[in-house]
Each structure stands twice: as structure tokens, then as C-alpha cells.
Design a protein around this ligand. Sequence first.
Ligand code: AMP
Length: 144
Amino acid sequence: MTLHDTYDSTNIFAKILRGEMPAVKVYEDDTALAFMDVFPQAEGHTLVIPKDVEARNLLEMPPEKLGPYMLAVQKVTKAVEAALKPDGLVVTQFNGAPAGQTVYHLHFHVIPRNEGVPLGRHGAGGMADMGELEKLAVKIRAAV
Ligand code: AMP
């Protein structure tokens, strides 16, 4: 998949937005949905995706929708910090396969980091236990 291509509405995040696939959700408003990453690079790894857009990456995001979406990214980042009290947080986003992107609906990763705990490899970790993800989600939801 190249950096510039047509939006594929069968991508996994579009399916989550339509309710066709499950997700452990932590936050939702008119512009964004946040849920736990099922292949987390660290405990509490959360994704924030925009709603009602066909933007595969940051370059394709309509500028007028970017501000409200980024406010949601910040809100979720603050909630993850308040809930899990990590030493630091990575907030990142990939554009195109060579940059590391694997799902072609714009998303930001919010990844808690702790001293001495190595970051898991992007897209190479094991699937999380759903019960453990739900326990983390309960804390994050309460902190939004
Ligand atoms: P990227 O590689 O930047 O496109 O990020 C895609 C992210 O989506 C990866 O971190 C995956 O672990 C995550 N992911 C893939 N499928 C799902 C899913 N069904 N639910 C939650 N996260 C997912």
C-alpha cells in the first residue's frame, strides 16, 4: 500500500467504527473514538481514530477536522497518564507502509513508557488478553 491510494472502507478501524468488529473502547465523542490496541507495545497502548472521515493518514485529514481530532488525542493521552501514571508517553503516528503503517485509517498511538521497560516492537507483539485490556480500559475510562 503506497502513501497515496484510495481509502478502503473495509479496513479494520472502519469496521470498528461501524460496529462490525469489537473493540475495547475507552472514549468516544463526535469526532473521535479511542480503544485499546490488541497487539500492545506496552501496557495501556491506546489508539485514537477520527470518525466520519476517509483519511488514510495525516496528509489526507481534512484540515477543518484536524483540530477537534487532536483535542481528542490530547484528552485520551491525559486520561492514559492519569489512569496508569507512566514515567512517560509516546504519542505517534505512521504514514505509509515504509513508515510502519499497517492499518490505513488515520490513528494516533498513545503508548505509556516506564523506566527500564523496553518498548515492544511495532506490529510484532502478541495479542493481549482481553480481560487484561478491559481492566486497563476501566481505569482509562474513569480518568477521561
Ligand atoms: P499502524 O501499524 O501504525 O497502522 O498501527 C495499527 C495498530 O493497530 C497496531 O498497533 C495494531 O496492533 C493495531 N490493531 C490492529 N488490529 C486491531 C484491532 N482489531 N483492534 C485494536 N488494535 C488493532
